[in-house]
Design a protein around this ligand. Structure first.
Ligand code: GLN
Length: 201
């Protein structure tokens, strides 16, 4: 069965996500309009700059259609800036930045910046079998609160310094978010997990 995944293509690392999704067995398209959105089985919100994407969602008249589609159950996966956009509450963002409320969680933007801007580590991710996932964090958010019904998929491992234990991957129903960027490592397991969950639906 063909699974058609749209990648929100207003800004950010759209191409890397399309490559990973196609390698994971999906057909991909870009999403810039409400018509594009109506034609996909799931959507990926890429890494980039969440405040810029928030503004562009307004400019492209896509904020309300996307929020409504997510509320109606459109499966979604967001990495980094995408995680921020999927949240129900964002700390340390611009006052005019909006988020989509697809996952009941509070996310702190640029949270690791107080420790170190960018870093890599190996993580165990719930539901991802085999070797740990190489997680690349680039001015990444972390999750400070999850609501009932939100499953924590990964935390920064013990021994990683002051940020150990921090929640960096979550799932609520068919919607997933990671603080890190699996689209840049060539490890397809996170994208495959998302594509498979859309296919099973
Ligand atoms: N710091 C960015 C933001 O606030 C996210 C960075 C990223 O996506 N790599 O949106």
């Amino acid at each position: 069965m063909t699974v058609r995944i749209g990648v929100l293509a207003l800004q950010g690392d759209v191409r890397e996500h399309r490559h990973a999704l196609e390698a994971a067995g999906a057909v991909t398209t870009t999403v810039r309009t409400a018509e594009d959105l109506a034609a996909v089985d799931g959507i990926v919100i890429p890494g980039g700059e969440s405040t810029t994407m928030s503004r562009l969602l307004g400019v492209f008249d896509l904020f309300d259609p996307l929020r409504d589609a997510l509320a109606a159950g459109l499966p979604a996966y967001g990495s980094c800036a995408g995680m921020i956009l999927l949240a129900s509450e964002v700390l340390d963002t611009r006052p005019d930045a909006r988020c989509l409320g697809a996952i009941d969680m509070t996310v702190r933007r640029n949270a690791f910046g107080r420790q170190v801007d960018s870093f890599e580590t190996d993580l165990a991710v719930e539901g991802v079998d085999g070797a740990p996932v190489r997680a690349v964090f680039i001015r990444a958010p972390w999750v400070e609160r999850v609501g009932e019904g939100v499953e924590v998929l990964a935390r920064v491992p013990a021994g990683a310094g002051p940020t150990a234990g921090t929640v960096v991957a979550v799932r609520q129903g068919v919607t997933m978010a990671t603080s890190f960027h699996p689209e840049v490592t060539g490890d397809l397991r996170i994208h495959r997990r998302f594509v498979d969950s859309v296919r099973r639906r």
